[in-house]
Design a protein around this ligand. Structure first.
Ligand SMILES: [Zn+2]
Length: 253
């Protein structure tokens, strides 16, 4: 008979108390995609799970499941990495919240996304260690890689609307018509995309996330880049990311 006990690694996305000593934990796992799992005994002072099942933790799990379509139960959880560097810094904490938000909101439960798990665990590991002033660049690179994992890799050469070659000094993005747009297809509400931002998009999709450490950008270019990312998420998912608001309130973007 097939064992109902199974092991996998995962990243904790969210953790909610539910009744007495009971937690419902959302996790992006290496083997089963995004799951919800139930954990018992978490309110005891010496809980066997300790702080392991908190958001951003990288964990090794032993899961039990009665059958298809039923909730997983966490039998055991060991930390691979607590990513405490994220919890110790408010800005990194907010950046990490922005990293997991699209996974929480736009990824279907149960879809088996190996690439997404590698992307998320890699990104949080780097965020944990990177100088805080580079966190915004890491987040920006990550957002293009997340779009790629979701099937929305961005090309930067030809107009998304008419197919003409886009001149870098006359490139636009539109929440309705997409990106990039040529000067003939831009609309009144379209934004202009700086040539350096176009180059960044192309570069970010093919470079390792750790290269965020090397990025230097003027505040104006960063602002143009962040506006483009906002436009792209609106275009593809028809919604804004909420964690952006907190990040922009800190004055960093
Ligand atoms: Zn066009």
């Amino acid at each position: 008979m097939e064992s109902r006990l199974t092991k996998t690694d995962g990243i904790v996305l969210a953790s909610n108390r539910f009744g007495e000593g009971h937690k419902i934990v959302r996790i992006l796992t290496a083997s089963f995609g995004k799951i919800e799992a139930s954990a018992f005994g978490v309110r005891k002072t010496k809980s066997k799970f300790g702080s392991t099942l908190e958001p951003f933790s990288h964990v090794r799990l032993q899961l039990y499941r009665k059958g298809e379509g039923t909730l997983y139960t966490i039998r055991d959880a060991d930390a691979i990495h607590h990513n405490d560097g994220i919890r110790d810094d408010l800005y990194k904490f907010m950046a990490a919240s922005a990293v997991i938000e699209p996974v929480v909101r736009f990824v279907e439960t149960g879809s088996d996304e190996h690439g997404l798990y590698r992307l998320l665990s890699g990104c949080l590991g780097i965020l944990n260690a990177i100088p805080v002033k580079k966190a915004i660049y890491l987040l920006s690179m990550y957002e293009f890689k997340f779009l790629t994992e979701m099937g929305y890799r961005q090309q930067t050469e030809t107009c998304d609307s008419c197919g003409a070659t886009v001149r870098p000094e006359q490139a636009y993005a539109d929440t309705g018509d997409g990106f990039p747009l040529c000067s003939g297809c831009m609309r009144t509400n379209s934004m202009r995309v700086e040539p350096s931002v176009l180059r960044f998009v192309k570069w970010a999709q093919d470079s390792p996330l750790d290269d965020a450490r090397r990025i230097v950008m003027s505040p104006g270019t960063l602002s143009n880049l962040r506006q483009l990312i906002r436009f792209l998420y609106r275009h593809h998912f028809h919604e804004d990311l909420k964690s952006w608001k907190h990040l922009s309130e800190t004055g960093s973007i």
